[in-house]
Design a protein around this ligand. Structure first.
Ligand code: F6P
Length: 363
């Protein structure tokens, strides 16, 4: 009898801990079940272009500490709205899901483990509804997926942002400045709130709580009145003033989401009218939050997710996505997990902790 085989792909933006998942899936599938493992390169793009690599115990050795994904990823390869290159230049958006489903059939997989965020899970669900055998593993530094308490990658991003805030404190203090630090997170303020609280920010602005400029100015001036001449303001990239939309650097198109950016610059342009140009500086952390070595927490969570995903395949629980509730691994149908964002509650525990420790949230 032919050996059973599973596939794995990583889709969407990368994040620390992806390689821990690839390693765990490979080790568990080969070591426990005696299956073969095939890696799909660059997410759904590799599935369409038929680019695969066999994964062995050797090929996943030493991966735990490595950031990124050894399989590569793609942000734009949606099988249902695929950007196909045209011969004379340019591209045409086509539905290539039929070709992708054929390729999956030819690969003869027990299941494909799709590691990704909400976008990847929506694509997976579309393929599942047409017969594909897929299980999901949730990833994103934004921690905004409703199916799980934690996505891996988030904790590493928070560590990086917290260290940045520590560093910004000393220079802000030396020069009597308000430093605005913009962090990622898309429409959720988890990174901003968590790193802001851990890094002792004075003001934390998140998308879930549209801010008023006066509150930010007052917070900085109140500190000055007390003789504290510097302030640290954490600005989530999706944070926006009341009545205004989030700052965007690229609009959505049929193949990709809009790209946020410029939230801290926008606030700085307003702030300088109140506290002076010399006193305001902006640091945008950007992709530093996504790169490099995963934290121990994310290596462990990625490993647990990888093992749980392989077990789902062994149990025949296809169409499910692994997650964690409390400290227990769980699984939910991918269709129930798609399109539901988990946001910071404006009056939830974290927001209360912030207010009760004197952090201004801008409302
Ligand atoms: O979803 C993860 C994330 O890093 C967001 O926090 C951020 O808005 C976005 O991806 C950046 O995307 P890109 O890597 O395409 O610039």
């Amino acid at each position: 009898m032919a050996k059973k085989r599973i596939g794995i792909l990583t889709g969407g933006g990368d994040c620390p801990g992806l390689n821990a998942v690839i390693r765990a899936v490979t080790k568990h599938a080969i070591g426990t079940y005696g299956w073969d493992v095939v890696g799909v390169e660059d997410g759904f793009q590799g599935l369409y272009e038929k680019r695969f690599q066999p994964l062995s115990l050797n090929s996943v050795r030493g991966l735990l500490a490595r950031g990124g994904t050894i399989l590569g990823s793609s942000n734009r390869a949606n099988p249902f709205r695929y950007p196909c290159k045209l011969e004379g230049g340019g591209e045409e958006i086509r539905d290539v899901s039929e070709e992708v489903l054929h390729t999956l059939k030819d690969l003869d997989l027990e299941a494909l483990v799709a590691v990704g965020g909400d976008g990847t899970m929506m694509m997976a669900q579309g393929l599942i509804e047409r017969g594909a055998r897929i299980v999901g593993v949730p990833k994103t530094i934004d921690n905004d997926l409703a199916c799980t308490d934690y996505t891996f990658g988030f904790q590493t991003a928070v560590e990086i942002a917290t260290e940045a805030l520590d560093r910004l404190h000393t220079t802000a203090e030396s020069h009597d400045r308000a430093i605005l630090c913009e962090v990622m997170g898309r429409y959720a303020g988890w990174i901003a709130m968590t790193a802001g609280l851990s890094g002792g920010a004075d003001v934390i602005l998140i998308p879930e709580i549209p801010y008023r400029l006066e509150r930010v100015v007052e917070a900085i001036q109140e500190r000055k009145a007390k003789g504290i001449t510097f302030s640290i303001v954490v600005v989530a990239e999706g944070a926006h003033p009341r009545g205004e939309a989030a700052a965007v650097v690229r609009k959505a198109d049929p193949t990709q989401q809009e790209k946020l950016g410029g939230a801290a610059d926008r606030l700085a342009r307003e702030l300088i009218h109140h506290i002076g140009e010399h006193d305001v500086r902006v640091t945008v952390l950007g992709h530093v939050q996504r790169g490099g070595t995963p934290s121990a927490f994310d290596r462990l969570l990625g490993t647990r997710y990888g093992v749980a995903a392989v077990d789902l395949v062994a149990q025949g629980r296809l169409g499910h996505l692994v997650g964690v509730r409390g400290n227990e691994i769980c699984a939910v149908p991918i269709k129930d997990a798609c399109g539901r964002l988990k946001l910071v509650e404006p009056d939830g525990e974290l927001a209360r902790v912030a207010r009760q420790t004197g952090v201004e949230l801008g409302a």
